[in-house]
Every structure is written in structure tokens, then in C-alpha cells.
Design a protein around this ligand. Structure first.
Ligand SMILES: Cc1ncc(COP(=O)(O)O)c(C=O)c1O
Length: 384
């Protein structure tokens, strides 16, 4: 009775880890969460104030289906200031998170059997979205020794007439690595479209992130407020698309979602215009945690060939202790009471790795990694 399109959705394993961790907590067990991919910080006060004010002032109605014009203009300003790229407000659609924006982009681009190139490892949900609209995800492996960056020549080999887009995500979930400017420039040349998931932009600790729009107009940008502004639960994101795609996307938005949340759209203007200091504060703290986590994981024996410089993840090689990352993650959870995400959640090429998130306090990171060190010493002493 269940439609194939729903049945084929693969579970998001990190949620399975999280749910088991929550059940343990319910039994009174203390669990350290290094699995979750959401900021531990509170939403900046200026954003909360703007949301409360918008609510008080009665901004509780549907907005324009493309989104609040003032917010779209603020996004254009942000793009110009950050990347020196000019975007028109009519190229932007505000959505209830980056996730619905992804659904809209794949829906407007893909016919049955059309292919989208994604890296392996990749954000776990991408193939679900692509298959849901009858597209075919085509994976291109990326390697630890390259800092998990795409090799443009490997992408080129997988392009066929059916390829509609190449998906990039820099800084990346799960690896925390950036795609270099030169590789991004090379990828931008490939036909027909690049979809660039820029949700971790702003969370870069070394080097500089680039928007795909610096290199080509044949591109779709995905972005949102969840990560940089610690607004995950407030659900707000957006897409930027070439103009001819906007009207079809708008019709889907009108029918499927009507508009994004009115109050949070106003709060998002405050995020873009007033939350700079909060972002800088959070970023400094993430960076301290990143440096500590990388150092400690290496000491414990995990392999990190190229240090991650963005987002809030470390993707560490654990092949010396297990080739079965799913089992390893659950063993660590049961025995050490630390949640980590198995690399297999992010594709076959992620097998043998674990993703550690540093979106948790330094105190918890220290305790969590001490527990993992004890786990490794008691099971795999001498194995490096
Ligand atoms: C790479 C990537 N894209 C998109 C999303 C979804 O973000 P949102 O909360 O805006 O729907 C996530 C969330 O973890 C992510 O890691």
C-alpha cells in the first residue's frame, strides 16, 4: 500500500544514533553528543528580538510566495558584500529551510532518469531527494588524501547526456573540507548546471569559501539560516536560481508550501544585518573546538590526513579499528556513551570513517573524547 517513492527513502542513520542516545538518556544514562549536526549555541538575541517584535506587530500572515522582499534584498546585499556577486531579488525564493529548497530545485530540473552527480561521501539526504523526483544520483568518490575534494577530471568522466547537474557542497558535510578555488572554477565549466549547497558558508576557519556564482551563472545556490545563525528549529532557507526557472519554482512553492514562515523571514533580516558579532563569537569558539578535536582524535589514533577547515565536522578514518562504521558507532554509544555518526551514512566511500561534530561545548568534547580514548585502549590497544 505504500508508494515506492516513499519506501525507497533511506533512513538518516544519524537520527537512529540520536534516537538510541535519547532512549539511553531517558534511562538516566549520561550521553555526550558528538553526532548531531546542529549548533549548540542559542539563536542570537537580535534575531529572537526581531521575531518577537514581528509577532507582536502581527506579521503572522502568508507572505509573497517568493518571500519577503526586504529579506530578498538583504540576501542580495549579503551576496554582493561577501562574494562581489550581483543577484536580483527576483532570482531568490525563500523557503522553510534549505531542505524544501532542495526539493524545489530537483523538481524543476529533473525528468525521470536524469542524473545528478554527487560526491561520495555526501550529505546523507541528497540521494533521497534526487530519487524522490525520479532522478538518478551518480556518485563520484572523493578521497582523504585530497581533503575529500572532487577531482574535476573524475566528474568529467561521469557526465553523460542525461546529466542535469553537478552538486557541490563546500564546506562539506560530512568532511568539513573546502573545495579549492581552482577546482571549483574547473567544475563551474561543466554543463549544464551546478547546484551549490552553501549552507556552511561563513563557518570557515582557514582559507576562504567561494560562491559558485563567482564562476558561473548556470548555477543554483542553496543556503539557509540554520547553521551560521544557529536557527535550525526556526526553519528558514532560500534558493537562488537562473531567472527562467523562477516562475516554475514559484508555482510549486505556491501549491506545495504557499510561503515560508512570515515571522522568521523578518527575524532573518536581523540575522543578516545585525548578528555579525554573534557569528564572530560562535565562529571563534567553533575554531577552538576544531583545533582541540583534531589534535585529540589524532592522539587517540584516528586518521586525519587533511585537517578540516569549515563547518563543524571532523571526518576521521577509523579503518584501523573497524571496517564496519555502523557497528562501531553503536558500540561506542553503548559502551562509552558517546554519540558519533557512522561514515556509511554518507555513502559507500564513507565506510570505515566516523563523523565527529564539534557543535557541543568544549567540556563535553573533552569528556567525550576521553571516553572514546578509553574505549579504544580497552579494545584496540596497540592498533594504530
Ligand atoms: C549539507 C546540508 N545541506 C542542507 C541541510 C539542511 O538544512 P536546513 O536546516 O536548512 O533544512 C543540512 C543539514 O544538516 C546539511 O548538512
Amino acid at each position: 500500500m505504500i508508494a515506492k517513492r516513499a519506501e525507497q527513502i533511506k533512513p538518516f542513520i544519524v537520527m537512529d544514533v540520536l534516537e538510541r542516545a535519547r532512549a539511553m538518556e531517558h534511562e538516566g544514562i549520561n550521553v555526550i553528543h558528538l553526532e548531531v549536526g546542529e549548533p549548540d549555541f542559542d539563536t542570537p538575541q537580535c534575531v529572537k528580538d526581531a521575531a518577537c517584535k514581528a509577532l507582536e506587530e502581527g506579521h503572522t500572515h502568508y507572505t509573497h510566495s517568493l518571500g519577503n522582499l526586504e529579506l530578498r534584498e538583504a540576501i542580495c546585499k549579503h551576496n554582493f558584500k561577501t562574494y562581489n556577486v550581483s543577484v536580483h531579488p527576483d532570482q531568490i525564493v525563500i523557503t522553510s529551510g534549505t531542505s524544501p529548497a532542495m526539493l524545489l530545485i530537483f523538481s524543476v530540473l529533473l525528468e525521470k532518469g536524469d542524473r545528478v552527480i554527487i560526491s561520495d561521501p555526501h550529505y546523507a539526504c541528497y540521494p533521497n531527494f534526487i530519487r524522490f523526483v525520479q532522478g538518478v544520483p551518480v556518485t563520484v568518490p572523493v578521497y582523504e588524501e585530497d581533503g575529500f575534494q572532487y577531482r574535476p577530471e573524475a566528474i568529467k568522466k561521469r557526465i553523460t547526456k542525461k546529466t542535469k547537474a553537478i552538486l557541490i557542497n563546500s564546506p562539506s558535510n560530512p568532511t568539513g573540507n573546502l573545495l579549492s578555488e581552482s577546482r571549483m572554477r574547473a567544475i563551474a565549466e561543466f554543463p549544464p548546471y551546478i547546484i551549490s549547497d552553501e549552507i556552511y558558508h561563513g563557518l570557515v576557519y582557514e582559507g576562504k569559501e567561494h560562491s559558485i556564482l563567482e564562476f558561473t551563472d548556470n548555477a543554483f545556490v542553496l543556503n539557509g539560516f540554520s547553521k551560521l545563525y544557529a536557527m535550525t528549529g526556526l526553519r528558514l532557507g532560500y534558493l537562488i536560481a537562473p531567472k527562467p526557472f523562477i516562475r516554475p519554482i514559484q508555482k510549486m512553492q505556491q501549491s506545495f508550501f504557499i510561503s515560508a514562515n512570515s515571522v522568521i523571514q523578518i527575524a532573518a533580516i536581523a540575522a543578516l544585518e545585525k548578528a555579525g558579532e554573534d557569528v564572530a563569537r560562535m565562529k571563534n569558539i567553533y575554531n577552538e573546538r576544531r583545533q582541540y578535536m583534531v589534535k585529540r582524535l589524532k592522539e587517540i589514533g584516528f586518521g586525519i590526513t587533511v585537517e578540516p577547515t569549515g563547518a563543524f565536522y571532523v571526518f576521521a578514518n577509523a579503518k584501523h579499528i573497524s571496517e564496519d562504521s555502523y557497528k562501531l558507532a553503536f558500540d561506542i554509544l553503548e559502551e562509552s556513551r558517546v554519540g558519533v555518526t557512522p561514515g556509511i551514512d554518507f555513502g559507500n566511500n564513507g565506510e570505515g570513517y566516523l563523523r565527529f561534530s564539534y557543535a557541543n561545548s568544549m567540556e563535553n568534547i573533552i569528556e567525550g573524547l576521553n571516553r572514546i580514548e578509553n574505549y579504544c585502549e580497552s579494545h584496540f590497544a596497540g592498533v594504530r
